[in-house]
Design a protein around this ligand. Sequence first.
Ligand SMILES: Nc1ncnc2c1ncn2[C@@H]1O[C@H](COP(=O)(O)OP(=O)(O)O)[C@@H](O)[C@H]1O
Ligand SMILES: [Mg+2]
Length: 270
Amino acid sequence: MSSVLAIKDLIFGYPGQVPVLNAISFNVQRGERVGLIGPNGAGKTTLFLLISGIVSAKAGQIMISGSPVLKGRFNPAVGMVFQHTADQLICPTVCEDIAFGPQNMGLTPEEIAINVDRAAVSTGISPLLDRVPHQLSSGEQRLVALAGIIAMQPELLILDEPTADLDMRYRRRLVGMLKDMMQKSMLIASHDLEFILEVCTRVIVLDQGAIQADGEPPIVMADHHLMEEHGLELPHSLTAAWHRHRSGTECPENAVRGNVSSAAGKTNSA
Ligand SMILES: Nc1ncnc2c1ncn2[C@@H]1O[C@H](COP(=O)(O)OP(=O)(O)O)[C@@H](O)[C@H]1O
Ligand SMILES: [Mg+2]
């Protein structure tokens, strides 16, 4: 069975600049929730634009469920929630906005109504369905954009900084919702490292145009030197576990596994 996402030797640079992505290769399998972390400017958003077919690569290949990504071609198999979600909301009401994707996929009115209702319930935005999108708070807009993507039932869900501007209640709802989507493949870029640790089954560290580590979040993200080298820090929960281990009061699995080197974390790299 082919991977949901297969990226091979991907090279991309903006005109007149050094390559942002320099021969990147990795696969995402069905049901994997992959966190993408790295410093500002590492190329996380650029990678998402390439996978969504919004920009085209200089070299290399991106396949979604065995088919190549073509620039500018609507691909319902990929659903991306942008970092700046306001740009993504274009209809006069929230309800119409969520229905927009399913309509473009040619679903029947009954199917569209069911998908809109399910997406609104799972994201918790049912009370907002009659509202005007651009009058919502940025957190509400983010959830509406997410509902619009979920209503299309994409094979690969791409989320760019999904917890930015979410309050604690909506953040918890998002964590639960994503973890419940067992069959869904996801790529999630975030500076919210606790969120990545809680939601993702795998994490990739991207920096200087290359994949610096790829492995289980509690192992990769507990590697103090790796994280610091790439402009990141240990998530607080792993720091606390490590200190408890050092002081001899506890020996949690996370702290022990934190000794594993970044090289060991690279084993999943395709
Ligand atoms: N439209 C653009 N034109 C030129 N350079 C860009 C453009 N978009 C992003 N960049 C540059 O590409 C690099 C990667 O940006 P980006 O993918 O947004 O990184 P990240 O999402 O990891 O913060 C940065 O150095 C950024 O300045
Ligand atoms: Mg970004």
